[in-house]
Design a protein around this ligand. Structure first.
Ligand SMILES: *[C@@H]1O[C@H](CO)[C@@H](O)[C@H](O)[C@H]1NC(C)=O
Ligand SMILES: *[C@@H]1O[C@H](CO)[C@@H](O)[C@H](O)[C@H]1NC(C)=O
Ligand SMILES: *[C@@H]1O[C@H](CO)[C@@H](O)[C@H](O)[C@H]1NC(C)=O
Ligand SMILES: *[C@@H]1O[C@H](CO)[C@@H](O)[C@H](O)[C@H]1NC(C)=O
Ligand SMILES: *[C@@H]1O[C@H](CO)[C@@H](O)[C@H](O)[C@H]1NC(C)=O
Length: 416
């Protein structure tokens, strides 16, 4: 476009002083647009009449020129542009990346003055095919490093990382590349397990790719829950747990011998005394190839209604004592009645024994008495006999004996 010096000078004067008229030709700026979109440049304050109007791209390519009702379109823009002679607006559709640049409207007004306005356009490629490439190998806590690299097509103006929906920030272990497109974690820790999200974005689009990292660790923190002391004859569970990824496998030993149990739970269906001892749960992680164990001591005590043999023994002893007491009572009553009583010193057991012999007591009772005199290791029997011998004369020493004597008193109604 040829512009004479005179015209140029006029234009310069107008552009210097035109503002005083408050009627500047202007083209509002447009936001960035995506490839393929359409737009319309609609100038503000267009002159009501004009002789010629042109739209130029990057100041030197004429897109369209209109004069005297005729419109000439640059063949490169055919099928993509439309000019509105009333508003001087330029419509452009199916935007290409190369449409980015400046757009200038130049108008030769009726008074013969050329006025111009300019704006710029930014066309962006949409983002697509975003993906994350993570480590292939098994990641072991404190040992492995992990690099996550992102890839994607489109106009990338920003790269942002999240982990489990929270922003991922850098640290001494987590380092971003200078363009933020990859992140390196070294060494990995169990807390790095999670879903990593990388979002590529530009003003017209964004896309997010996800990748899950699993850090293998453990086992550690092995613990056994279960009772320390249980009654015999009950069901007992010992439960073993460990912090481990993947889940640990378990094995149990009892008093140093393998039990063959390989579940987290060790079950004793019905406790017996021989279940008392040391239980060890060993947790093993086949990925980290590490193991850790925990010891648990279990003591099985005599249960309330259980312990068959000794309960029978006690019953036998009690019956025996009752019979003995009854016999001795009878003896004393007999001796009292026959006036042959007591130089039986009640502290002298030999005397009592002889008294028992004299009284023709049944063998059972005699044997019990002599056995206990000979072999004092049988404390229960001895105690019962002592009670039988001394029941009248010796002050009861404790509640236990009171209880015993209370029971023993019943068959012995007559006080000598
Ligand atoms: C991670 O990337 C860094 C540099 O980019 C490299 O030195 C390191 O070997 C990579 N680590 C892994 C596990 O690929
Ligand atoms: C996407 O971008 C990659 C490079 O990041 C390039 O190699 C590939 O050709 C692109 N794909 C398309 C369809 O443009
Ligand atoms: C990388 O990301 C961080 C925050 O995620 C941001 O502050 C920084 O400006 C980004 N750097 C580049 C080059 O994109
Ligand atoms: C305990 O004794 C019972 C028999 O009374 C036996 O069947 C069981 O195997 C024993 N258990 C252990 C751990 O020795
Ligand atoms: C197991 O060990 C405990 C303690 O050392 C011991 O008292 C118990 O008799 C042992 N039990 C068996 C069945 O070996």
């Amino acid at each position: 476009m040829m512009v004479s010096h005179g015209l140029y000078w006029t234009l310069w004067t107008l552009s210097c002083f035109g503002q005083y008229f408050g009627q500047d030709l202007q083209i509002p700026d447009l936001p960035p647009l995506a490839e393929g979109q359409s737009l319309t440049f609609t100038p503000e304050n267009p002159p009501s009449t004009w002789r010629q109007a042109s739209w130029l791209y990057n100041a030197d390519t004429t897109i369209i020129t209109a004069a005297s009702g005729a419109v000439v379109v640059n063949p490169d823009y055919e099928e993509r542009v439309r000019f509105d002679p009333n508003t001087l607006a330029l419509e452009l559709w199916n935007l290409k990346l190369y449409d980015s640049g400046t757009y200038k409207l130049s108008v030769l007004t009726s008074p013969g003055v050329t006025i111009t306005a300019e704006t710029s356009l930014h066309v962006l490629e949409r983002i697509y095919h975003v993906m994350l490439i993570g480590p292939e190998e098994t990641l072991i806590e404190h040992e492995s490093s992990a690099n996550i690299t992102s890839k994607g097509n489109g106009t990338i103006t920003s790269v942002q990382w999240m982990k489990d929906n929270s922003p991922l920030s850098s640290s001494s272990r987590i380092i971003f590349s200078s363009d933020n497109r990859s992140v390196s974690i070294s060494p990995v820790e169990r807390s790095d397990t999670g879903e990593y999200q990388c979002t590529y974005s530009n003003p017209v689009s964004s896309e997010t790719a996800k990748l899950t990292l699993i850090i293998n660790y453990g086992p550690d923190g092995v613990s056994i829950t279960g009772p320390d002391v249980v009654d015999s004859g009950v069901q007992v569970f010992l439960s073993c747990s460990a912090n481990s990824e993947p889940s640990a496998s378990f094995s149990w030993t009892f008093n140093g011998s393998d039990t063959g149990v390989t579940t987290d739970k060790y079950t004793i269906d019905k406790t017996d005394f021989n279940n008392s001892g040391e239980y060890i749960c060993t947790a093993f992680n086949r990925f980290t190839n590490k193991r850790e164990f925990k010891t648990h001591a279990l003591f099985v005590q005599e249960g309330g209604d259980e312990g068959g043999l000794s309960a029978g023994a006690i019953a036998g002893i009690v019956i025996g004592v009752l019979v003995t007491v009854g016999g001795i009572c009878g003896l004393i009553v007999y001796l009292t009645k026959t006036n042959t009583i007591p130089n039986i010193s009640l502290q002298q057991k030999g005397e009592a024994s002889r008294a028992a012999q004299r009284g023709q007591e049944p063998d059972l009772h005699y044997e019990e008495i002599t056995d206990s005199q000979k072999a004092r290791e049988n404390r229960i029997n001895l105690e019962k006999i002592n009670e039988a011998e001394t029941y009248e004369n010796v002050a009861y020493k404790n509640e236990y004996e009171n209880l015993k004597h209370g029971v023993l008193n019943q068959p012995r109604t007559p006080e000598p």
